[in-house]
Design a binder for this molecule. Structure first.
Ligand SMILES: [Ca+2]
Length: 398
């Protein structure tokens, strides 16, 4: 299986070059403007009364700031189409708390907003420590998500949620966005998801095999580019490991990767806990990676169906997105997915075909090269980015 690992690594690095870092802007609007509003209250009124600003930000680092009025109410205008974290700041730009929608969804997933919605009123927001819960939860009303989509979203928003819960990644007491900094982390998985077994649609394993992972961090501060080491939590197998400087096409963006240079990771999923990156300039960035032990059943898989021409060459590939253990969970692509690339390889892992990057609203691709014999195909990789900028290379053997 080592050859598959190395192959998947190559795919990941290829995607980095293609995508320009770790997901960039997180998809992008086009779904219209929305006003988010609410009123702060709750048992921790003393703390929350100190809130002077409400901030929303995307996994790509775009942000909007609005004032909290003296009566605790706020309104902030955002673009739909991208998940957003929502946090509160005090007068000294200190972090006071974040909005949760419950069940592990620590962001406003504005990727599948119902038609005609222009306002989401969170109503009275109750506070417990740093956790803020809306009086009105928009999931299921203004935001359309099935139960399966909520489960998948909770899994894939974990890395972004870690920054929502700790938006002062450099630990200097000031929310990074409010000091013109942005740090983010994403994850990439190589996944062995099933076999075609002679059919034109593969059989999907109910729990897929996580083959390896890479963790990416990125900074929008150019002076962070001098190199980095990382130490993970106990059991991670990562101690003072040198990070690989990952390519990015975004100006001033610095990206580091764990394990891109080694070709494999010490465990198939990262151990939950704090990963402390020490940069050559002395800066220390702490990212908390959430529990990944459910990923093999809660990951989204893109399942291809291949259609041949009369002469045995591949005509087109269609696909659906679903969870491995729930064949009925036909997921709405735009709720979870940014884009996908289809990669077809022969037995020596020579690339036979690369699709262009395909946006989530498209689930069929007719090959621009109609001369590839199905008989020579060894595997198909459905390599997609989720709406939080995480990467997944979902591999099916023939
Ligand atoms: Ca900071």
């Amino acid at each position: 299986m080592k050859s598959i690992k190395l192959f998947c690594l190559f795919v990941l690095i290829t995607m980095l070059f293609t995508c320009g870092g770790s997901g960039g802007g997180g998809g992008g609007g086009g779904s219209g403007a929305i006003t988010i509003k609410g009123t702060l209250s709750g048992v921790h009124a003393t703390d929350i009364s100190q809130a002077t600003k409400v901030i929303v930000f995307s996994a790509g680092g775009t942000s909007t700031v609005a004032d909290v009025k003296s009566n605790g109410s706020f309104e902030i205008n955002v673009d739909a189409g991208t998940p957003l974290g929502l946090i509160f700041a005090g007068a000294s730009n200190n972090f006071l708390g974040y909005l949760t929608l419950g069940n592990g969804i620590e962001s406003l997933p504005l990727t599948n907003v119902a038609d005609g919605v222009t306002t989401i009123d969170l109503q009275t927001i109750s506070t417990s420590g740093l956790i803020n819960s809306p009086g009105h939860n928009p999931i299921g009303t203004e935001i359309s998500l099935t139960s399966a989509e909520q489960t998948a979203l909770a899994m894939c928003n974990g890395m972004f949620a870690a920054v929502v819960k700790n938006p002062d990644v450099d630990s200097n007491g000031v929310i990074d966005i409010l000091e013109s900094k942005f740090y983010a982390s994403t994850i990439a998985y190589g996944v062995a998801a099933g076999n075609f077994g002679g059919a034109m649609t593969p059989t999907v394993n109910s729990t897929v095999t996580m083959d390896h992972y890479n963790i990416f961090i990125r900074s929008e501060t150019a002076t962070d580019a001098g190199g980095a080491t990382v130490t993970g939590p106990s059991g991670s197998g990562i101690t003072n490991s040198t990070c690989f400087v990952a390519p990015t096409s975004i100006a001033n963006e610095v990206s580091y990767t764990i394990y891109a240079d080694l070709g494999t990771s010490p465990t198939t999923i990262p151990t939950a806990g704090n990963y402390v990156f020490t940069l050559a300039n002395g800066k220390v960035l702490t990212f908390s990676i959430p529990d990944q032990t459910q990923i093999s059943s809660k990951i989204v898989v893109a399942i291809p169906t291949v259609t041949l021409n009369g002469n045995g060459t591949i005509n087109k590939v269609n696909w659906v997105y679903r969870m491995p253990n729930d064949s009925s969970s036909n997921l709405t692509p735009k709720a979870l997915i940014q884009n996908i690339i289809i990669q077809i390889n022969d037995a020596s892992f020579t690339r036979l075909y690369d699709s262009p990057q395909i946006t989530s609203d498209i689930i069929e691709h007719t090959l621009t090269d109609q001369t590839i014999p199905w008989a020579t195909v060894h595997n198909i990789s459905m390599a997609y980015n989720d709406v939080y900028g995480n990467h997944y290379v979902v591999d099916f053997l023939k």
